[in-house]
Design a protein around this ligand. Structure first.
Ligand code: SF4
Ligand code: SF4
Length: 509
């Protein structure tokens, strides 16, 4: 059966990076050495931190839950990535946050598996509810970097017709998804079939960049063998940030996500190719996320490569495995790529479910981005913006903290892709300003919520005091009434007794 392939035309936004503009690792996968110890952060996902289930001294097995997310809270369960002993449960520096709870495990070298997840030889025969529960129990999250809990995203209760499998790696230097599509093709396709079943969706579009020739060939061959007519391939142009969820859905389906709307409002859901493979591994091998593929690259590292690394492995050990730092290394580290990555405070931080790439920039790259001058109103930033915004107007509104205008100009739709910075001839760090504006807006909203809660508390307290005063008044009135009534009753009784006594004495006489 031939596989339907659609070729998507290039959009009129974004940036076309030359293939040799950055250093790329090849598509080989190296399995990183089993670490002696791992640090497992209890929040590796969007939402709340998981609750620790283990304590110092406990023995744990690979895949055993060490952090539990309470029902009805946004988040994901967390699992040990190797077998060994818990040496510490406490606050530590973790990627993406300053401090968070983490479980440290000293490996016993046995890599013994936890038997709690049953492997299934035919997972597609399981019920939709059982599949969804497995994804939740396995703590699977979106592995494209967003880390939204997959079990929650897949729980749409109908209404999603199309699953888009996102293999259109966003950043120019990251190759983990490209490598995954080449080495874990069958797992990825089975994971997609499982997600189709959970969603009760009837089509899956696998988005692959047009310059990922090996992945295109592998996926096409595997899909031909699979002969599942629900699948098709969309070849998307190598334009950054084509892998952004809203951008990809719009390009592939032609459906726009309205401002402020959610991706599934368009009838389509995007899941990363690695998320699909992780779901299949969980169900067929009974393994939750023990490891993930991490690209280690940049001019500051000697031998860029893709590694299969256990969750909790130190970033330093991966950099060493990639040949260590070059002389050009500026000592700066990013998690993610050069465009959207977040700076890491230390190379001692652990790999998490979110770590698709460790980027080590060279000195030259860092010194290029300085000395901003005034905006010359050239409009280049607007021309590349994938969200159809006018970054120069956002910048003006941000300078005066005019939040109404920031909203009006679409601050919420900014995906922080950095395209505007990249093209700005005045070297203005626009994205940083927009991130700052969003944080300020969030802080203002938080303070408003707090003020409104405080005001509601004061109103409730005043109402309670008034109610109590009224109740007291009513009680006093009642007491007075009772006393009066009692006094009246006593006088009546005394009068009666007097009369009765007189009658009785008459009788006795
Ligand atoms: S690209 Fe830079 S200089 Fe040009 S309009 Fe945008 S902010 Fe101004
Ligand atoms: S960072 Fe925001 S404003 Fe700048 S190009 Fe990207 S989406 Fe547009």
């Amino acid at each position: 059966m031939s596989v339907p392939v659609i070729t998507i035309a290039a959009p009129d936004w974004g940036i076309r990076f030359g293939h040799d503009a950055q250093r790329h690792p090849d598509l080989m996968l190296q399995t990183a050495r089993l670490p002696d110890r791992v640090r497992i952060p209890l929040q590796q996902h969007i939402g709340s931190e998981a609750r620790p289930l283990v304590q110092e001294g406990d023995r744990v097995l690979a895949g055993q839950p060490v952090g539990r997310m309470d029902v009805n809270r946004l988040g994901a369960h967390v699992h040990a990535s190797l077998s060994g002993h818990v040496t510490r449960v406490g606050t530590a520096l973790v990627p993406g946050r300053r401090n968070g709870l983490a479980v440290d495990i000293q490996s016993d070298g046995l890599d013994e598996r936890w038997p709690g997840f049953a492997p299934h030889s035919q997972p597609l025969r399981l019920s939709t509810a059982a599949l969804r529960k497995a994804v939740l129990d396995g703590g699977i999250v979106g592995l494209g970097g967003a880390t939204f809990p997959a079990g929650i995203k897949l729980n749409r209760g109908g209404g999603v017709a199309t699953l888009i499998l996102n293999g259109a790696e966003c950043e120019p230097v990251i190759r983990c998804d490209d490598a995954l599509m080449c080495h874990y093709t069958e797992e990825m396709l089975l994971g997609a079939q499982i997600m189709l079943r959970i969603l009760e969706a009837d089509s899956c579009i696998i988005a692959i960049k047009q310059d990922m020739s090996s992945a295109i060939s592998r996926v096409t061959t595997s899909l031909t063998q699979l002969a599942d007519d629900r699948f098709q391939i969309a070849l998307v142009p190598p334009v950054y940030p084509i892998g952004g969820e809203a951008q990809l859905i719009q390009l592939v389906t032609g459906r726009e996500i309205p401002s402020g709307g959610l991706p599934w409002d368009s009838g389509a859901i995007c899941q990363n190719v690695a998320t699909a493979a992780a779901i299949a591994t969980l169900l067929t091998k009974g393994e939750p996320m023990l490891s993930r593929i991490v690209t280690v690259t940049g001019d500051g590292v000697a031998a860029p490569a893709n590694f299969v690394a256990r969750i909790g492995t130190s970033i330093e050990s991966l950099i060493n495995a990639a040949g260590g730092y070059t002389q050009q290394s500026a000592g700066k580290l990013m998690m993610g790529g050069p465009m959207m990555g977040v700076e890491l405070a230390s190379n001692q931080l652990p790999v998490t479910k979110a770590t698709n790439c460790i980027y080590v920039p060279g000195n030259q790259e860092l010194t290029q981005k300085s000395d901003a001058v005034a905006c010359i109103r050239c409009g280049d930033c607007a021309a590349v913006c994938p969200a159809d915004l006018m970054p120069q107007l956002l910048l003006q509104a941000q300078a005066t903290s005019d939040f109404d205008r920031l909203e009006q100009f679409g601050l919420s739709d900014c995906i922080e892709c950095g395209c505007c910075d990249y093209v700005c001839p005045s070297r203005i760090p626009l994205t940083r300003q927009f991130i700052h504006a969003k944080q300020q807006r969030w802080q203002i909203a938080l303070e408003k919520r707090r003020a409104s809660k405080a005001s509601a508390r004061i109103t409730a307290r005043d109402a309670r005091k008034q109610r109590e005063a009224l109740e007291l008044e009513q009680a006093l009135e009642q007491q007075t009434h009772n006393v009066t009534t009692a006094a009246g009753a006593r006088s009546a009784l005394e009068a009666l007794l007097e009369r009765t006594g007189a009658d009785n004495s008459d009788d006795q006489s």
